[in-house]
Design a protein around this ligand. Structure first.
Ligand code: HEM
Length: 109
């Protein structure tokens, strides 16, 4: 799912420029490790990055409704590709939507 998400990022007009073109693999690894940790797996994310502090780590990026919608669109597409059981997909969609709202730092844009 995370790989499918990141495959779409470089060509995206809104999100593409926000992500580090020279370290997309690293970005992919960070999101993967975070989700593994967040859903009860090994805490590699914490060991490498410390406390997630996601709002702080996203402060450098302009996240309005448009960026939030686009991020969720790409992730929901990646979720469709992953073909998880319905219950898992539903839970992840809800988690991504609420976390994306929490990360809004330019509401109204
Ligand atoms: C709302 C729209 C969002 C935008 C525009 C956005 C954008 C970004 C960008 C540009 C990065 C830097 C990539 C890197 O070098 O790691 C990043 C990192 C990250 N994002 Fe997001 N993101 C969004 C939502 C989310 C959501 C919903 C989650 C969690 C479910 C999330 C989790 C993360 C994590 C874990 C990192 C790596 C943080 C670190 O350790 O440095 N993001 N995001």
């Amino acid at each position: 799912m995370v790989a499918a998400f990141y495959r779409q990022v470089p060509a995206d007009d809104l999100l593409g420029p926000m992500y580090p073109a020279d370290d997309l693999q690293g970005a992919e690894q960070r999101l993967r490790d975070f989700l593994i940790y967040r859903f009860g797996g090994p805490p590699r994310y914490i060991e490498q990055r410390g406390h997630p502090r996601l709002r702080m780590r996203h402060a450098a990026f302009s996240i309005g409704e448009g960026a939030r919608e686009r991020w969720l669109q790409l992730m929901n597409h990646a979720l469709d590709r992953a073909e998880f059981p319905d219950e898992v997909s539903r839970l992840l969609r809800a988690f991504f939507a609420s976390t994306a709202t929490f990360l809004l730092n330019r509401p109204g844009s």
